[in-house]
Design a protein around this ligand. Structure first.
Ligand SMILES: [Zn+2]
Length: 323
């Protein structure tokens, strides 16, 4: 067999990816967001203020003062439901080279202790001033794999650097000067065309949005999720942020070397050790009948005319044989 194999842009050969994030990790998400997402099997992602776990919010003039930050055990419940957790800084104040030890370093440690899992995603608080070069250099130093901004743009499978990930606002109204209106279809057509990854951003949708430029209503959250699911069908990967980040890194580091006679070697040299999920989806020649990975048979998923197989790779070379 002489056709080549490749790695699909996203897991299971999905065409595009959808994730949704909720800044501040508020207990009040249980009123609407948690059940709406559960109904449609969409995993959410909470961005926790590490220095304020389990307390009533009282930060500056925040619209969410009086709401409740989740505690460690409450966040563990979210993980058990398939959600993910990011670090939204220690204090929700300035993150930069001078404050990074606390805002990114200690915050990561405290959060990891609280939830019992590694934290690999930083989510800028306030606005993108906390995505400054000092903050992002410290993200690298402390072992974060991704950093999320607020930029209404798509992420793509071949983007260079996940230390700047785009998030789209899921609000009643965008910021000035355009004051963009709510659009349940936002970025979906482009995501389909470009194998894009949409990450939505809001705080805590309730009957009416807490603030038009920071949130949407629960009805609009429902409309957005229903639109993603109906537009996406079998082509969308509903992913936790960490899972799509891990896939992106693993795919990017993967090297496939043809060895002749249907044999290949696959490895991921230099893959960062923080990448936990190292499964990639191989696109095989459509006539492939069997595939073996280090001598063991692997199930082939057939979709239309495609043949796909998932394998877990590492920095050490492993053998693929297709017949
Ligand atoms: Zn925030």
């Amino acid at each position: 067999m002489n056709s080549t194999i490749s790695i699909t842009p996203w897991l299971n050969g999905k065409r595009w990816v959808y994730s949704i994030t909720f800044d501040e990790a508020l207990v009040e998400l249980h009123r609407f967001a948690v059940p709406i997402l559960a109904e449609h099997k969409v995993p959410g992602h909470i961005e926790a203020v590490a220095g304020h776990l389990g307390v009533v919010r009282q930060i500056g003039q925040s619209s969410y003062n009086g709401f409740h930050h989740m505690s460690g055990p409450q966040m563990r419940e979210m993980l058990a439901m398939g959600w993910g957790v990011g670090n939204h800084s220690w204090s929700h104040l300035g993150v930069n080279a001078e404050t990074a030890d606390l805002e990114l370093g200690k915050a990561k440690e405290v959060l990891e202790d609280a939830i019992g899992e590694a934290i690999t995603v930083y989510c800028s608080c306030g606005d993108n001033t906390n995505m400054n070069p000092g903050a992002l250099a410290a993200c690298k130093k402390f072992g974060y794999l991704g950093a999320m901004s607020i930029t209404d743009a798509l992420n793509r499978p071949d983007d260079d650097d996940l230390l700047w990930m785009n998030r789209t606002f899921l609000h009643e109204q965008g910021y000035g000067p355009f004051f963009s209106a709510f659009d349940p279809f936002r970025n979906i057509a482009l995501a389909k065309r470009d194998n894009g990854w949409i990450i939505d951003y809001c705080h805590c949708p309730l009957e009416t949005a807490v603030h038009p430029n920071k949130d949407c209503s629960e009805a609009h959250l429902r409309e957005r999720i229903e639109t993603v699911v109906s537009e996406g069908g079998d082509e969308v990967w509903l992913a936790r942020v960490e899972d799509a980040v891990d896939y992106r890194y693993t795919r990017r580091h993967a090297k496939i070397e043809p060895k002749g006679n249907g044999e290949y070697e696959i490895s991921a040299p230099g893959l960062p050790s923080q990448v936990k999920r190292r499964i990639v989806t191989l696109e095989l020649p459509s006539k492939t009948k069997t595939v073996h990975f280090d001598g063991k048979p692997v199930t082939i998923a057939r979709k239309n005319d495609r043949a796909l197989a998932n394998v877990e790779i590492s920095s050490q070379p492993r053998k693929i044989r297709i017949d």
